[in-house]
Design a protein around this ligand. Structure first.
Ligand code: GYE
Length: 343
């Protein structure tokens, strides 16, 4: 997709080959006026999902496509993201794209952007601000639905294998607390626990990282000797949890009747995680799609053409498992196929 006159890389030494500049480097005076300037405040680089998402955004919002992207890595800290938004406002960018680390606490910064007349597009996670006029639109995943799919998969598994709900002893390695992805996936689990009588032994945040996932799972294994399911709120935590389980001399897999610990996860972004599904080490993944770059550039294109984008745009997502007997599950009367992955 091309916008107004794309005349290659601007003559600015702060611009790297991908056309991306950092918030500190970008200067108004050296800006190529033919390019659409976008300030993107990213959460951080905590996971494979996030890195793929960053790449997708940089690829779509490139100089070749008519953009000057000012990229800022918030390092999982809201204060860094608020500072980035203020820098973008000072630089008078055309659009601000925000992937908010947590939902609360954005009203002031978003009001400042609105006062400056800069449209804010939210991507991936949401904000809880009551004033919906403070952002133009949002694009991302239905995190509670992802969670419901994985929980329904587990419920189907229990039914098929005659495992009573009371025999499910589950721990939850949550994502970053207060992040939409954590809130939605945890909400779905709590509802399923109440509905099916599973025993939720414990919940603790693994910050969406492999190292923290491993640390939290090791602690759970020391505290509880009867865990048979671990619900990991992303791929990286699942890989960390598997390392902890194996280091404790236990086996991962779906055969919980024979003492295996079943690993459930979200994303399905990394080859490592997909390989773990194929080999049965991760039993089921609720897919989360990170490829938002083209969606965001389309939204900007629409806005420039006077087309009002949907306020909320949810993306479609799959379920991955290597367990052949469950080929579909249903959530709220809708049927979702399960993609069976084999080696
Ligand atoms: O699941 C996780 C990442 O917000 C959907 O953030 C995103 C989540 C994703 O760190 O891997």
């Amino acid at each position: 997709m091309m916008f107004t006159g794309c005349n290659g890389a601007p003559g600015n030494s702060a611009v790297d080959t991908s056309g991306t500049v950092t918030a500190d480097e970008a200067g108004d005076d050296s800006r190529d006026k033919a390019l659409i300037t976008v300030g993107f405040s990213q959460v951080g680089a905590e996971s494979d999902w996030r890195n793929i998402n960053t790449e997708s955004m940089k690829e779509s919002l490139s100089t070749e496509n008519g953009f000057e992207l000012i990229y800022d890595d918030g390092q999982q800290k809201q204060q860094n993201q608020i500072t980035a938004i203020r820098t973008f406002i000072q630089k008078e960018v055309d659009y601000i794209v925000l992937a908010p680390v947590i939902e609360d606490g954005w009203t002031t910064a978003l009001t400042e952007a609105a006062d400056a007349g800069i449209p804010v597009i939210l991507v991936d996670r949401m904000v809880s601000s009551k004033d919906k006029e403070l952002f133009t639109c949002w694009v991302g995943s239905d995190f509670e639905l992802e969670g419901k799919k994985v929980c329904e998969w587990l419920n189907e598994y229990c039914k098929l294998n005659r495992i009573s709900g009371n025999d499910i002893r589950i721990v939850n390695i949550k994502g970053t607390e207060g992040a939409s992805a954590e809130l939605g996936r945890s909400r779905a689990l709590r509802k399923a626990v109440n509905r099916y009588g599973w025993k939720l032994l414990d919940e603790r945040s693994g910050e969406f990282t492999q190292a923290k996932g491993r640390e939290v799972m090791s602690r759970f294994l020391r505290q509880y000797n009867d865990i048979n399911v671990v619900y990991c709120e992303n791929d990286n935590e699942a890989i960390g949890a598997i390392e902890a389980i194996e280091a404790a001399g236990k086996t991962v897999g779906c055969n919980i009747k024979n003492g295996e610990i079943m690993v459930l996860a979200f994303d399905g972004s990394s080859e490592q995680a997909l390989e773990a599904v194929r080999s049965g080490r991760i039993t089921c993944i609720g897919e989360c799609n990170p490829l938002h770059g083209p969606r965001v550039s389309k939204i900007i294109e629409d806005l420039r053409n006077g087309v009002t984008p949907e306020k909320y745009e949810y993306v479609d997502e799959d379920i991955f498992s290597s367990y052949e007997k469950i080929t579909e599950i249903s959530v709220d009367d809708k049927v979702y196929p399960v993609e069976i992955m084999k080696q």
